[in-house]
Design a protein. Structure first.
Lengths: 260, 268
């Protein structure tokens, strides 16, 4: 078996159909795309293709569980000793996921490289059949919780959240007739799926906990959409009346869209 | 040159993936919705072509949208099937090794039964067997939970304490079933598909088996029901479907069972 780091004796054949840009190398410690391309040449085109397809499958399986895909897992399960081809394989897998399945691969913030899939198919009625809105009541609750978090300045104490949900007939320690065990839904399921973050307030004694948006929520929806939802609940069209939240919306959009 | 995927295809595919399996009726509605959303003409006669176009693109990932008929009631389903392994490993991402071993035992039980169903008590008692044979520990409560998850994921059906393999389960596990139970699996002598749930010919020398709904259809206007294979009297008669379902949901007339010999297994 050829090792991935095989020196570049056979490097004349450039992979013509790859449309990788040759960015200036980022950091010396990182595997750059060109290095990866060189590594890719130690594998045959078919082998690369097979790895790409396996990575696509892996992404889809993990997405069904709403779990993030770790780069380390891709290496461990699929690339094995050819870990250096990761950037090439990932780029190709991204392209296939986009073209065939209509989803984009989004990297999550944090040290360890983790990815999730986000739906790209834009249905005009705003109904997102793949993501949050596919499971009826549960996603309804999720949207409410995300809204409460956002309206409270992006973080909410769990006691306040439960107090508010009580008014909707949802109790922390009582099974809900449709939603079941709501506490575990919020603190375990939605947290595992990266929609919510549930953390102990540092140094709190007795311990208190708070909820924030998880990384998947940031990728699958936007603050603007959530504010629109809240406004609609209040029967208002204008977002500007929510002064501080609207500022937050603008900040979040400025931070993403503009330059860097 | 193959037709490229459009957003309508993608929306359709995503929806089938989310649900695992959908009834033909739901699939038609979905197709209509996808077409309307992206301003394509809705042509129901082109649904097959549309699905084939998707299959062409998901084939490289060992996936395929297949049609199958539910053994419960003869209703046609579409399911996204993973074609990769003739093993049950594609369940592996969702279930632990012990749970998979347990599932294999459940399959043994279902296949060994003539009727394609296993009682939930027997199923739960498999945990003892698992312990004896493989020294794997699983509590009854855990077993219950696995079954519940497998029903939720549409691998198994549960109806009044009876566990059976669902249409998705049969489609996906077909290669596994054929390989591991070569001698025990029977095909329905009418539609030629795997028949787990169904009626057996009473004659000792004959191995004919029919789905309940196939039998219903076949014997509907016959005075003296006899086995299509050995001509012995067919004793079961005019029971409704396994769970008392009659054919409330009609499969389209064009899909007469005699003609559909194979699940479409090639995508060209």
């Amino acid at each position: 078996m050829p090792k991935a780091r095989g020196k570049t004796a056979r490097s004349r054949q450039q992979d013509e159909d790859s449309d990788m840009e040759t960015d200036p190398p980022t950091q010396a410690s990182q595997t750059t795309l060109t290095q990866a391309q060189r590594a890719a040449e130690s594998l045959s085109r078919q082998e690369i293709e097979r790895k790409v397809n396996e990575v696509v499958q892996f992404f889809l399986i993990m997405e069904q569980k709403k779990a993030a895909v770790k780069r380390a897992d891709i290496t461990k399960h699929i690339l094995k000793e050819h870990s250096k081809v990761f950037p090439v394989v990932l780029e190709k897998a991204k392209k296939k996921l986009r073209e065939v399945f209509g989803v984009s691969v989004e990297e999550l913030e944090g040290k360890d490289k983790r990815y999730i899939l986000v739906n790209l198919v834009d249905t005009p009625d705003g109904q997102d059949h793949l993501n949050m809105l596919d499971e009826g009541p549960k996603s309804g609750l999720l949207l409410v919780v995300l809204s409460l978090i956002f309206m409270k300045g992006n973080v909410i104490q769990d006691t306040l959240l439960w107090h508010t949900l009580k008014r909707l007939g949802i109790q922390e320690n009582q099974p809900h007739e449709v939603l079941g065990d709501v506490k575990s839904l919020l603190t375990k399921e939605f947290t595992r799926q990266l929609y919510l973050e549930y953390k102990r307030v540092p140094q709190s004694d007795p311990p208190s906990f708070e909820f924030r948006w998880g990384p998947r929520a940031h990728k699958e929806t936007t603050k603007r959409r959530v504010l629109q939802f809240v406004s609609k609940m209040y029967g208002s069209e204008s977002l500007e009346i929510w002064t501080s939240q609207y500022q937050d919306v603008l900040r979040s959009e400025g931070g993403e869209g503009g330059g860097q | 040159m193959a037709t490229a995927m459009t957003d309508a295809h993608r929306m359709f595919l995503q929806s089938i993936m989310t649900h695992g399996a959908l009834k033909a009726r739901e699939v038609k509605a979905l197709y209509k919705k996808c077409c309307e959303t992206f301003n394509r003409p809705v042509e129901h006669e082109n649904l097959g072509k549309f699905v084939n176009e998707i299959n062409h693109h998901v084939g490289p990932f060992s996936m395929m949208i297949q049609k199958g008929v539910s053994e419960e009631d003869g209703v046609q389903y579409y399911a996204l099937v993973n074609m990769m392994e003739s093993d049950i490993t594609h369940l592996a991402s969702d279930y632990t090794e012990t749970e998979l071993e347990f599932f294999k035992k459940v399959l043994d039980l279902i296949v060994d039964s003539d009727t394609g169903v296993a009682s939930s008590t027997d199923v739960l008692n498999l945990t003892d067997l698992l312990h004896e044979e493989q020294n794997r520990k699983m509590r009854k409560k855990e077993a219950e939970d696995v079954i519940r998850r497998m029903v939720r994921d549409r691998w198994l059906n549960e109806h009044q304490g009876e566990i059976s393999l669902s249409v998705r389960g049969i489609l996906e596990l077909k290669p596994y079933l054929m390989e591991h139970y070569k001698d025990d699996i029977r095909q329905c002598c009418l539609c030629d598909q795997i028949a787990l749930k169904g009626q057996l010919c009473q004659s000792d020398s004959c191995e004919a088996k029919m789905h309940y709904f196939c039998a219903n259809r076949y014997f509907r206007d016959k005075d003296q029901p006899s086995c299509p294979r050995c001509k012995a009297d067919w004793d079961h008669m005019v029971i409704q479907g396994a769970n008392g379902h009659s054919q409330t949901e009609q499969t389209p007339a064009s899909q007469s069972h005699g003609r559909r010999r194979k699940v479409p297994s090639h995508h060209v």
